[in-house]
Design a protein around this ligand. Sequence first.
Ligand SMILES: Cc1cc2nc3c(=O)[nH]c(=O)nc-3n(C[C@H](O)[C@H](O)[C@H](O)COP(=O)(O)OP(=O)(O)OC[C@H]3O[C@@H](n4cnc5c(N)ncnc54)[C@H](O)[C@@H]3O)c2cc1C
Length: 408
Amino acid sequence: MSPIPPPNPLPPDLAAIRDTVTRLFGATVIPAIRGYEERREFPRPLIRAMGEAGLFGAAFPEELGGTDLGFMAVAVISEEISRLRPDLGYCMNLQAMTCPFTILNWGTDEQAARFVPPLIAGERIGAFMLTEPGGGSDPAGSMRTRAVRDGDAYRISGSKQWITFAHEADTAVLFAKTDPAAGHRGITAFVIEPKSGPGYRADPIPMRNLSPVLASCAVFLDDFVVPAGNRLGEEGEGFRIAMNALEFGRLTVSARLVGAAQGCLDHALAYARERAVGGRAIGHYQMVQALIADMAAEIAAARALVRELAETMEAGRPANRIASLAKYFASRAARTAAANATEIFGGYALADEYPISMFKGFIEMLNVGEGSSNVQRVLIAEDALGYKDANRASVPARKFRAARKAAG
Ligand SMILES: Cc1cc2nc3c(=O)[nH]c(=O)nc-3n(C[C@H](O)[C@H](O)[C@H](O)COP(=O)(O)OP(=O)(O)OC[C@H]3O[C@@H](n4cnc5c(N)ncnc54)[C@H](O)[C@@H]3O)c2cc1C
């Protein structure tokens, strides 16, 4: 850890939340995760412990088991988890945002009461099933998965790609076409329970640089039956719901990128102080200092953008523009951090003894998740040129805001 106070200081209440993460990970999660990896076992009890500590509930009202601390707390928790263990950062999307928050924001009160509490408690594992093999950057154009109404149910067939935690998921938000001729207006969202019946299979995709147990999967659905009461929103509303879910997902992903970048910087600082070459610690060489300065400056700027994004969401304002700016810049800052840390570690960046290549793998993954950097650039540039308002379809956190207001 750095002996100098980090930039972007936190007020005491948010610093206390960050310290809760640091303590839980130091005492319980980090010592235990290696055992799960060695046994190739999904770490359900650790996710449960994170849920019990309140790490997933910050964007949810207390009546659903949340802590109601708000989006800034979501960002702080996501960053700290990812700084310590970027692999477990996935949980902030699937247990705290894209799965349960989409159900809260778009579901009925009954759906929220039924599905949200066990997800944010870490009792049930969540997943978000949008991407298909035909290309994640154009989800509407590439979507081939079909949902066909059959009495009181829908029958879903098709395949999804890259679905994180799909092999363990108990509850998932899934998108399928109910009217293939209607383009993006023919997409409908559902809450599915993968273990509820036949016709669901999830095969983990082998990825050497990422976690051996927190997998992303290819998913195959064959006449999988979902009760009509599990439809989220109206038929045809799915694309809007997906875009809104990604908008909120960009908060956790951007914060996770900042956390992973800070992790790279922390490790690089420790190494630069201790590694002596030519009779001096390499931290004394100015070209190493230049690498460190670039990391520190870009991370501080990215963190400031993520905090602006959290404030915008907290205020209930449209956030898509700032979400793209934050996600894009955090990806750049994190890539700089990974590249510079690799250079500072020299050959040891590749040794399993140090986590640099693992951080690098997760930073590359986060760079594509919730819209790749290119997709963000297109959105940012079209908005700047006045071709398309980035906030045109933005939907603020409706129910969350309403619940807070009602609570006074
Ligand atoms: C480890 C991992 C976990 C993931 N978890 C999930 C999950 O849980 N749920 C889920 O739904 N998805 C998940 N994803 C999918 C992720 O969101 C997609 O990978 C992402 O949307 C990009 O899609 P793609 O990989 O198909 O790339 P493609 O869409 O094929 O894009 C390939 C390249 O082309 C570029 N490109 C594409 N279109 C344009 C354009 N119009 N202009 C300029 N450049 C363009 C992209 O930027 C990219 O560089 C995950 C991905 C990974 C790798």
